[in-house]
Design a protein around this ligand. Sequence first.
Ligand code: SF4
Length: 230
Amino acid sequence: MQADSKTIVLDRIPVHLAFERVLSNLKMRVDSARIRKTVEELTESVNEKAVPKAVYKLSTAANDGKNIRIDGIDLTCYVPTLKFYPDEVVYPYVATCGTELDAVPVPKSEFMKHFIMNQLKQMVLMTASEYLQQHLIETYHLKQLTHVGPGEALGPNSQQIKLFEIIGNVQEKIGVRLSEHHLMIPEKSTSGIFFETSVRLERCMLCPDAKCETRRVPYQPKELLKYRQV
Ligand code: SF4
């Protein structure tokens, strides 16, 4: 762990993807010995090379009419029920599977390998995200964490620029940068703001995107009112 006064980098996140768990996460029939071998080899390479990372900042949140203000920077917020306590500390963050996995040679023309590798990178990203959340809960004695992020509850993806500005030097710290369309590179990265709630709320619950085809639960922003009694 590296830290300046308010920004903390987690760069020693342990990764061990278990082969059987990888197989079950792939949600595909793996009844050929050749595919099993490919999954096994890629899993081994990922376990050996992956260096997932996360950076977060101890920030102060405030409400400003419709928007939220984090460390003096205004962000659009689509969740009218999200109100902060005076000087509440929140945790803007970026987590990533890391650039190191780009060194594992998987030509895009090998569709199956490419697909498996993408799934493995996603699992490494989930490892980083879960590690970060556990770290925040234990370090700051929080009950639970809920998330809002750009492209979801925090307005359009272009809000990534402001989020990166709040954290500062994200590329230098963990190797994640933004494309001209405000997408994170490496692609298997995630970002947003964590804040304390008494239970963890599913992120779709606070995301108003009516066109999303992968929504897991209905938009229910009023649920936040129950679980902000922290
Ligand atoms: S509704 Fe869709 S876009 Fe919004 S958080 Fe859920 S999956 Fe993501």
